[in-house]
Write a protein that binds this ligand. Structure first.
Ligand code: PMP
Length: 432
């Protein structure tokens, strides 16, 4: 009998007792190769000595100081580090305790910005179907899975959902990638106009779609077109990089590869690398300046904002990534990993698509390749794959089989950046 409120109430998962490098061990002595970093979290693998040492040193020096009284050296250093690597124009970092908190904070920051500049009528968000932004009420509202929102719909903030950038399923035959990107931007513009352009706060999107769509890499030019539409109507662009950011796609921020600067960008997961719960919102100078010249106060906050030990872990993760040249490694080995996946799975009759960037890959499963028809949701194929993979000592992150029936099943792979080519090959082989 367990007293832990497990999410799946009829299933108590195995007990994890130890972890090192690429592996997690359970109480039965079974080792699991971590091909997903949990949920794209453990970017440096498990038990990294530099991160552990940094956390120890911080806990010895100062474990906690409330942000209404103090800032800390380590929070300042982390913010400097994150801004140092961020796209031009980002100037401030709001440090929270995870992804949903980051998204929630970004939504409120965007709303308050418009209140401060005298546009309080902007109350509506636009986001994308098949996105995931978290489970708190605001983050859930912009999330793009109708079945997740449905039970909570009456208490969610107003949001409209447009198409994701999903070339495998939604790019028309004969339509170029450019044309597809332009079509999606036009759909966004139509959604903004349908609300009334002066009523929309922001467009919220994952730069590279994550778990709930099996890694959706944007077509070139899509985000540039989106940025133009947003600018035309004074709508903010919030990019959610909780999953795809912090090096996962081979650049510190995934949006660097899209040539756009968002107004706000959220990060978490790989920020703390699994060593501490931490997330952040990076904000453009103009947003912060408007708030600073207005009320001078962000009407939001959490007790554990900028927790020193979490900041120390995140700072150590950043320093290891830089010192060990891990972004270049992720880019190079990521390409090789994609080739390994295609080699191992490309001809499989039930693999429809293999797509990704860096150490962030999705495998989409279909009942039939020719028609791209998904497996019936009732089969819960993703859950079976997860369990079968665990039985074979592999941790991957499958998702799918939801109510619209179209979304199908995907397997997400997000290995730690320390994975060797041999590890990557082992992942591809075992998954196949
Ligand atoms: N945004 C994205 C893109 C995510 O993938 C997630 C988590 N899967 C979240 C937000 C929410 O993060 P958390 O689970 O840390 O609250």
């Amino acid at each position: 009998m367990t007293h832990v409120f497990h999410r799946h109430l009829h299933h108590t998962p195995p007990v994890a007792i130890a972890a090192s490098g690429m592996t997690i061990r359970d109480a039965a002595g079974r080792d699991y190769l971590d091909a997903s970093g949990g949920a794209a979290v453990s970017s440096l693998g498990h038990g990294h000595p530099d991160v552990i040492a940094a956390m120890h040193a911080q806990v010895d020096r100062l474990a906690y100081a409330h942000t209404s009284f103090f800032t800390t050296e380590v929070a300042e250093q982390l913010a400097d580090e994150l801004i140092g690597g961020a796209p031009e124009g980002m100037s401030h970092v709001y440090l929270v305790s995870g992804g949903s908190e980051a998204v929630e904070s970004a939504l409120k920051m965007a709303r308050q910005y418009f209140v401060e500049i005298g546009q309080p009528q902007r109350t509506h968000f636009i986001a994308r179907r098949q996105s995931y932004h978290g489970n708190t009420l605001g983050a859930l509202a912009v999330g793009g899975n109708a079945w997740r929102r449905e039970p909570f719909a009456p208490i969610l903030v107003p949001a409209t959902h447009v198409s994701p950038c999903y070339p495998y399923r939604e790019q028309h035959e004969g339509e170029s990638a450019d044309q597809y990107g332009v079509r999606l931007a036009a759909e966004l513009e139509a959604a903004i106009l349908a609300q009334g352009a002066d009523r929309v706060i922001a467009f919220v999107a994952e730069t590279v779609g994550g778990a709930t769509a099996g890694v959706l890499t944007p077509v070139p030019g899509y985000f540039k077109a989106v940025r133009e539409v947003c600018d035309r109507h004074g709508v903010l662009l919030i990019l959610d990089e909780v999953m795809c950011g912090m090096g996962r796609c081979g650049t510190l921020y995934a949006c660097e590869q899209e040539g756009v600067v968002p107004d706000l960008v959220t990060v978490a997961k790989g920020l703390g690398g699994g060593y501490q719960p931490i997330g952040a919102v990076l904000a453009q100078r103009r947003i912060v300046e408007a708030m600073s010249q207005g009320s001078g106060f962000f009407q939001h906050g959490h007790t554990y904002l900028g927790h020193p030990v979490a900041c120390a872990a995140a700072l150590a993760v950043q320093r290891v990534i830089r010192r060990d040249g891990l972004l270049a490694k992720v880019r190079d080995d990521g390409e090789a990993f994609g080739a390994m996946l295609r080699e191992a799975l490309g001809d499989h009759p039930h693999v429809g698509d293999i797509r990704g960037r860096g150490f962030f890959w999705g495998v989409e499963l279909v009942a039939e390749r020719a028609t791209k028809s998904p497996f019936a949701p009732g089969l819960k194929l993703h859950a079976r794959i997860k369990n079968d993979a665990m039985a074979r000592g592999l941790l991957c992150y499958p998702f799918g089989g939801t109510v619209d029936g179209r979304q199908g099943d995907h397997v997400l792979l997000a290995p730690p950046f320390i994975a060797t080519r041999q590890d990557l090959q082992e992942i591809a082989t075992r998954l196949a």
